[in-house]
Structures are given as structure tokens and as C-alpha cells.
Design a protein around this ligand. Structure first.
Ligand SMILES: Nc1nc2c(c(=O)[nH]1)N=C([C@H](O)[C@H](O)COP(=O)(O)OP(=O)(O)OP(=O)(O)O)CN2
Length: 166
């Protein structure tokens, strides 16, 4: 039977949505919540896929270093990037697309999780980004990617609640 665990990471960041038609074109920030769903081939002698503390160190570590208390900007947003580069000191992260909840979840799942998790023999199969208490976006690996990774074939994530406790 497949097993999946979830580790939540909270952070805050500023952003704006390049070419947004409404208020999200302006610089603003969110208290984000990122839920990382992680699966592995087997549990260890203690009964863990991986220790939650290890997930925290790796995933929160990456977020704290790269996104927390920084600005997330679209690489096409030259004007926004020029503005944020003028601030001293500054912290920003350039994404290849707009920093929507959808794109942030996809970036964490496709780019960040493989680089920080896979050498430990576990795999992130879903990332959910909560932008507000009411709005979230979910990125999942597709069926082909799951099949390629035969060790993780039997994963099951439907059993997790989706509500938030802030
Ligand atoms: N599909 C998406 N739509 C929007 C995203 C997103 O990431 N994915 N992001 C935004 C903005 O970042 C905006 O700050 C959040 O939008 P919205 O829910 O409209 O904002 P509020 O929570 O402040 O809503 P109010 O009820 O107006 O206070 C926009 N859309």
C-alpha cells in the first residue's frame, strides 16, 4: 500500500501579477501556506517515510532562503524588477512566469522538490499553495511521471483534509 505524508510550510512574500487586469498588478504581499505531499517506497524501522523534521529542514530551509520575506517577480516584469533592485537591501526571486499560486506550486513541485528531496529516496507528488484562507492552487505530478517512478506507483493522496488552521 502506498503512503503519503504532508508537511506544511508557512512563509510570507511580496509579489505582483504582470499584466493583471485588476488590483494584483500592484505590489502586495500574502501570508502563504505551502503543503508538500511526499511519498516514498517504504517506511523505515521507526515507521516513517521520512522524518517530518527532515522535510522541514529541507523544504522550509529552501523557502526561508529563497522566498520568505522576499519579492517574487516574473522575469518579463522588467519594470518591477528594476524597482525592487533599487531597494537596499533587497531580496527577490525571479520566476520564469507570473508568481500566481498555480505557478508557485508548479515551481516548487517541478524544480525545488526534486533537487532537495530525491537523493533521500522520497518524491513530492503534490504541492498546494494557499494564497489566502479562501484561495489555493494545487500542482500534481502526472500519471506518466508516476509510472516512470515505479517505486511510487501506489501513492494515494486523497485521504488528506484540505482545510486550513491558521
Ligand atoms: N487563479 C489565480 N487568480 C489570482 C491569483 C492567483 O494566484 N491565481 N492571485 C491574485 C492576487 O495575488 C490577489 O492578491 C489575490 O486575489 P483575490 O482573491 O482577488 O484577493 P483578496 O483575497 O484580497 O480578495 P478580496 O475579497 O477582494 O479581499 C488574483 N487572482
Amino acid at each position: 500500500m502506498g503512503m503519503t505524508i504532508m508537511r506544511r510550510v508557512k512563509f510570507n512574500a511580496g509579489h505582483r501579477l504582470f499584466r493583471h487586469e485588476g488590483k494584483c498588478q500592484f505590489f502586495h504581499g500574502h501570508n502563504y501556506v505551502a503543503d508538500f505531499y511526499v511519498t516514498g517506497p517504504e517506511t523505515d524501522a521507526v515507521g516513517r517515510i521520512i522524518d517530518f523534521a527532515q522535510l522541514k529542514a529541507l523544504l522550509k530551509g529552501w523557502i526561508d532562503e529563497n522566498w520568505d520575506h522576499g519579492f517574487l517577480l516574473n522575469v518579463e516584469d522588467e519594470n518591477g524588477l528594476n524597482a525592487i533592485r533599487m531597494v537596499e537591501p533587497t531580496k527577490y526571486f525571479v520566476l520564469p512566469y507570473n508568481p500566481t499560486a498555480e505557478n508557485m506550486a508548479r515551481y516548487l513541485l517541478d524544480e525545488v522538490c526534486p533537487s532537495v528531496l530525491n537523493e533521500l529516496g522520497v518524491q513530492a507528488v503534490k504541492v498546494v499553495i494557499w494564497e489566502t484562507e479562501e484561495s489555493c492552487a494545487e500542482a500534481t505530478i502526472d500519471q506518466d511521471e508516476k509510472r516512470e517512478h515505479s517505486l511510487f506507483d501506489a501513492f494515494q493522496t486523497d485521504s488528506f483534509p484540505t482545510g486550513l488552521n491558521w
